[in-house]
Design a binder for this molecule. Sequence first.
Ligand code: ADP
Ligand code: 5GP
Length: 193
Amino acid sequence: MGEKRGLLVVLSGPSGTGKSTVITALLRRRNDIRFSVSATTRAPRPGEEDGREYYFKSREQFLQMIAEDAFLEHAEYVDNFYGTPAAPVEENMRAGYHVLLDIEVQGAAQVMAKRPDAVSVFLRPPSLEVLEKRLRGRGTDDEARIASRLAAAQREMAQAKHYTYTVVNDDAEKAARELDAILTAELCRSDRR
Ligand code: ADP
Ligand code: 5GP
């Protein structure tokens, strides 16, 4: 790709809102974006592959990565650790790709503080009732975990005001189109040209 650095894009939103679904739709629309694969201590869900959705790590391995300062940001969320490996983000941006981080609100706040240039987008569910239905429909969490994720969702929604953009995921293709439009507009900003 060209000599220009890519954008750093932070996408947050309550678990079950549809971030993965919308990101998949966005990656089909544009070939200049790289998804940042996070490390996590959570167990893989059926169908998830190590190195594709996440790098699945033991707690010890994760703590070792923290000690080596390998993360751009990391946070604890519903009893597990999640973190963004810093090196691939830097390499991809230097190669001119936009790098998309799917991270929760504490990690997003760390990135926004470290990289004021990052583009921040909050993905909202149409309502908490719809969010609960999506979490149940996904069928990957037991009742206790669904309750924790819903409680976290209410706290997370209060953080939407810290993001430059908010997109509502009622229709995943429409949400992907809006994200695409946000990227296009950001690339046209006079201060980036
Ligand atoms: P997240 O990555 O935010 O945790 P997922 O992408 O796993 O969320 O989506 C959670 C569930 O909601 C999945 O079963 C997914 O198929 C469904 N879903 C996502 N977006 C929509 C949408 N716009 N309309 C209806 N269902 C959706
Ligand atoms: P899930 O377990 O549903 O895949 O993800 C739970 C939450 O962790 C989601 O809100 C997701 O955005 C967030 N997450 C995934 N990777 C990272 C990461 O590297 N850092 C942080 N801070 N959050 C992450």
